[in-house]
Design a protein around this ligand. Sequence first.
Ligand code: VGL
Ligand code: ZN
Length: 196
Amino acid sequence: MTMEVKLGAGDALLVVDVQNDFLPGGRLAVAGGDAVVPVLNRYLALAAVRRLPVYASRDWHPANHCSFRPQGGAWPEHCVAGTRGADFAPGLKLPQDAIVIDKGTAPQREAYSAFEGTELASFLRSVQVGRVLVGGLATDYCVLNTVRDAVTHGFQVLLLRDAIKAVDVNADDGKRAEREMQRLGATSVELPDIAP
Ligand code: VGL
Ligand code: ZN
């Protein structure tokens, strides 16, 4: 069943961590992660037509970040600030005026959420955003935690379920994360749900 979602004033698009290191060939590759890029480009085109502000978060770690295995963390080194792995996917068509949100920049703090330790919530409020469309990588980490914080901050969330991909360290982590986001109040939508 498709629903008819009309985008307009008060909406914003948030693209989470679509960076080389999370794509196939990257240091923390999400299988099929590159598939979100063309779909996000379609959402970006819709955002342009509807004049929605666009935000793009980046995992932006120092070389000694606590989440890296040499520091006792869970992950291989990834998205080190200023490296190619931390660049946005080259095929992602972010507009010139997209607002970039760097997170995970403090050596001793993990920050999966684009709201954690950033100005994102105040940026959104300052331009009267009430509803955020969220897509990107990875469903079971940064997307999940970003959506949770968005809800906590009082924003409505449209989860772009055709524009997310999970790490799936455990089978079905992504599916569980999606259910959890719905339980928190996010609405899952796909491109065909969006009114042209
Ligand atoms: C992420 C693991 C570590 C993510 C970031 O963007 O989902 N996952 N750092
Ligand atoms: Zn990270």
